[in-house]
Each structure stands twice: as C-alpha cells, then as structure tokens.
Design a protein around this ligand. Structure first.
Ligand code: NAI
Ligand code: 13P
Length: 336
C-alpha cells in the first residue's frame, strides 16, 4: 500500500487555506503552518479558519501547527503562501527545517522589491535547491471561490515536467483542474503583472469608466506582460493561457480581487493611506508594480500601464492626469 502524499502549507491566509483544502480534497495529508495560536486552534478544534472562510468546514485530513519544524517534517511538497515581500526572511528561517528532497511550491504572485527577483528565484537562492525542485501554482484562482469548491483550472509549472505532473496529481480534484507547464518564468510573470493590471482596471472602475476601458486595459496589459516575458525568455503562448489571460479576466472582473478592490478605492478618490487602512489582506500589486517596472527597465521593455499605476499609487499622480498622459502617448501599431 502506498502512503498518502504529505503536503505542508506555510501561511494560513486566504490562498494558503484554500489551497490546503484543495490538497486535502485531493487526498493529501496536509499540515498548515500559521503564526497565530488562535487561528491554529480554530483550525484544529473548530475545523474552520474564521478570519477567512468562516462558513467552510475544513477536511479531516488537514491540521495546523505554529511549529515550523513540525510542519516541515516529512513533507513531499512544501507550499509557500506568505506575502511575497516576506518570503526571503521567512524561508531563511524555515530552510534548515525542510524535509530532504521536498518540492518547494510557490503560490505567490509578486516580484521582490530591490532585487526584482521572481519568487522561484528567491526560493532557489535562499533554500539552495535546484530549479527542478521548485514549482509554481498560478491561474484564475480567487481563493474564496476555490474554498467554496467552485470549478476552476490552474497551472502547475516546474522546469522538470515529471515534478509538475506529481504536483498536478497531488492537487487535482473534481473542482480544481491543474494543467502542467515548464515555463516557470512566464507563469510567474503572468501572475505578478496581472495584479498590476488589476489595480489599473480597479482605478478605472472607481473613476466610473466603462467596459471599453476595461477591455482595452486587459488587452494592452496582456501585451505588456507578454513583452516582458519574451524579453526574459518566457514562451509568449503562456500569456494567452490560464496564467496570463485567464487570471487577468478573473482578477479584473471580480470584487473578490484585493488588487482590483484596492484600485477601485483609489479611483474613487481615497488616498493611498486610506486605501491601505481598509485593505485587510495582501494586495501584491501595490508593492510589485514597482518591481515589475524595475524589471521592465532592466530588460528595456516599455510598460506604460504599469508605469501609470506606479505614478498613481506611489507618486500621487492624479488619476485624470495619469489617464490623459496614458492616452496621449504617440500613436503606434498594435503589434510590433
Ligand atoms: N487570495 C487569493 O485569491 C490568491 C492569492 N494568491 C497569492 O498568494 C499569496 C498569499 O496571499 P493570500 O493568502 O491571499 O494573502 P493573505 O493576506 O490572505 O494571507 C497572508 C498570510 O501570511 C501571513 N503573513 C503576513 N505577513 C507575514 C510575515 N511577515 N511572516 C509570516 N507570515 C506572514 C498572514 O498572517 C496570513 O496568514 C500572494 O502572493 C497572493 O498574490 C494567489 C492566488 C489567489
Ligand atoms: O490571484 C488571484 C486570483 O487568481 C487573487 O487576486 P487578488 O490577489 O487581487 O485578490
């Protein structure tokens, strides 16, 4: 008899909890690591994570701990679901505890500030594991819908296709359909850039602009992500898949998206400080718009929507002025 796959998820936030439910429903033995004892107690005794999904009963094969050593022990898959900008520091502490040969899985959709590194690059550098043992899960996966077991597809990416297939099997359920990819760079960029475009669409929504604006931002945002990806060696077709277009559509359409909602509040006229104060969860694009713009500069890629988001969010540029400047750029062909 083969033993069940063991998966550990570091982070009891929105996506960490929802993906832990997916893994448990797929038959894995799942351990969630969380910082707060009361959250861990609610998971173990109340069978819920009341901060995020109060009405959802957690599967019996999922338990939680605050002890990272206990969480990490024996894991076939070690899933990382903390905010991107905290990964380096957290992973440095967890690295000595990791099970030998564990596959590290990133759920995060951010780019590190300062270094402009993708999350898989941070993992490779900090945990000193080869790229063949690092995977990424990304796609149109709003956590609340997944936790409610609504159907969705996703992408599991690893440079080693056999590892991607193992992870695919470990998280495949009746409602969660993962596809494999070996384009880790493209998948990570798709997830990080869509958050920035989600902010842009939210700002437009908040300004009262309509669906033509939304369609234009999504499509030209996709062009920005693809240009950056191609400059960094990604497969352009990745961006027309779930990690690119799929996630852009979900994020830019949904009030569940924290990035979209953050942008909407800014577009309605809230200040950055007011918007941060009402945002209870991680809106990665707020910080990552700067690191995406940094990456674009390093690779000589033009990303005008991303630059506009940086100007509005971080340099206080008035939205109407930013819109006029974005629309007033010189005319050009759609494809070059
Ligand atoms: N929520 C969603 O629908 C989805 C989120 N993601 C990505 O998943 C990643 C995690 O996001 P969420 O779970 O949604 O965020 P969240 O804000 O719901 O949860 C973050 C978790 O990390 C913990 N945390 C915060 N700072 C920490 C620190 N310094 N050290 C250790 N733990 C810390 C929080 O206590 C919380 O448990 C992000 O990169 C996000 O882009 C990806 C797909 C879907
Ligand atoms: O990545 C997501 C959906 O795929 C979640 O988007 P937000 O982080 O904007 O909530």
């Amino acid at each position: 008899m083969t033993r069940p796959v063991k998966a550990t998820v570091f982070g009891t936030g929105s996506w960490g909890t929802a993906f832990a439910i997916v893994l448990a429903d797929a038959g894995c033995e799942v351990t969630l690591w969380g910082r707060r004892q009361e959250v861990v107690d609610s998971i173990n005794t109340g069978r819920t994570n009341p901060d995020y999904f109060p009405g959802i009963e957690l599967p019996a094969n999922l338990r939680a701990t605050t002890d990272p050593a206990e969480a990490a022990a024996g894991a076939d898959f070690t899933v990382l679901a903390v905010p991107s900008q905290t990964l380096r520091e957290n992973l440095a502490a967890w690295t000595p505890l990791l099970a030998p040969d564990t596959v590290l899985v990133s759920l995060m959709k951010g780019i590190e500030l300062g270094t402009a590194k993708r999350m898989s690059e941070v993992i490779e550098e900090v945990a000193k594991v080869p790229a063949e043992r690092i995977a990424v899960v990304t796609g149109p996966n709003l956590a609340a819908e997944i936790a409610a077991r609504q159907p969705a597809a996703s992408v599991v990416a690893c440079v080693d296709e056999a590892v991607a297939q193992r992870l695919q099997a470990a998280c495949h359920t009746a409602y969660f359909r993962p596809y494999t990819s070996t384009d880790v760079t493209g998948c990570e960029l798709g997830g990080a850039v869509k958050n920035v475009i989600g902010l842009a669409v939210g700002i437009a929504d908040g300004m009262g602009l309509g669906d033509n604006t939304k369609g234009s931002l999504i499509t030209r945002g996709l062009a920005e992500a693809t240009r950056l990806g191609v400059a960094m060696g990604a497969d352009p077709l990745t961006f027309s898949g779930l990690a690119g277009l799929g996630d852009l559509v979900a994020t830019c359409s949904s009030p569940l998206s924290r990035n979209h909602t953050f942008g909407t509040n800014l577009g309605r006229g809230m200040t950055l400080e007011e918007t941060i104060a009402v945002t209870k969860q991680t809106a990665e694009g707020v910080k990552s718009c700067q690191s995406v713009a940094d990456l674009a500069r390093r690779h000589g890629v033009d990303m005008p929507i991303t630059d506009t988001v940086v100007d509005i969010v971080h340099h206080g540029k008035p939205t109407l002025v930013a819109l006029k400047d974005l629309m007033g750029r010189s005319a050009k062909p759609e494809r070059r």
